[in-house]
Design a protein around this ligand. Structure first.
Ligand code: GRF
Length: 187
């Protein structure tokens, strides 16, 4: 199957997917879509020889125009993986890939949606948070849940410790979930 990864920033999850699927012919990363030309994830894609599609939403003027530009440049794909893509998708992309877009979130949804899921869980004082992979719909972190892994917050754990632990779990769960969707025939 062919996948496109959308990411906006560091790209550690992008890198985890690249590493997990290196050498495989049944799961191939065909493109990185990024909304910032200078994001570190772009250099990671270039190094991995994965085609990069950069679409600047500000110069596009509207989300619809930006998404049409993305659609026009995407190769044929079976799945879109949002891995730290800091944009809410609009109907242009959502309708083009129904049940074919998944997102990674660093908390146990429906708790702590939004951009600061790790910090929000830590400050709230929950004893268990975690990582979620879910289908994307028009809401914020609101689509059907596919996979979750809990991460306990133990006594004496700092926010930095928790952040590192969440990322370690993400780097396992996201490739594993893509593998499961492909091997289970869901996509
Ligand atoms: C991850 O924590 C992901 O859950 C969230 O954004 C972060 C992206 O990190 N949506 P990276 O760019 O993959 O390192």
């Amino acid at each position: 199957k062919s996948i496109a990864i959308f990411a906006s920033g560091t790209g550690s999850n992008f890198q985890a997917l690249v590493n997990a699927f290196a050498g495989r012919t049944d799961i191939v990363i065909r493109a990185l879509v990024c909304d910032h030309a200078d994001a570190p994830v772009v250099a990671k894609a270039t190094r991995a020889q994965i085609p990069v599609i950069v679409v600047d939403y500000r110069t596009a003027g509207s989300k619809t125009t930006a998404e049409r530009r993305i659609l026009a440049q995407l190769p044929p794909i079976d799945l879109i993986v949002l891995a730290g893509y800091m944009r809410i998708l609009g109907p242009t992309l959502l309708n083009a890939y129904p049940q074919r877009i998944i997102n990674l979130h660093p908390a146990l949804l429906p708790s702590f949606p939004g951009r600061t899921g790790i910090e929000d869980a830590w400050h709230y004082g929950v004893k268990v948070t975690g990582v979620t992979v879910h289908y994307v719909d028009a809401g914020v972190d609101s689509g059907q849940i596919i996979a979750q892994v809990p991460v306990p917050i133990t006594t004496g754990m700092s926010l930095e410790d928790l952040t590192a632990q969440i990322h370690r779990v993400e780097h396992q769960l996201l490739p594993a979930t893509v593998r499961q969707l492909v091997q289970g025939g869901t996509i």
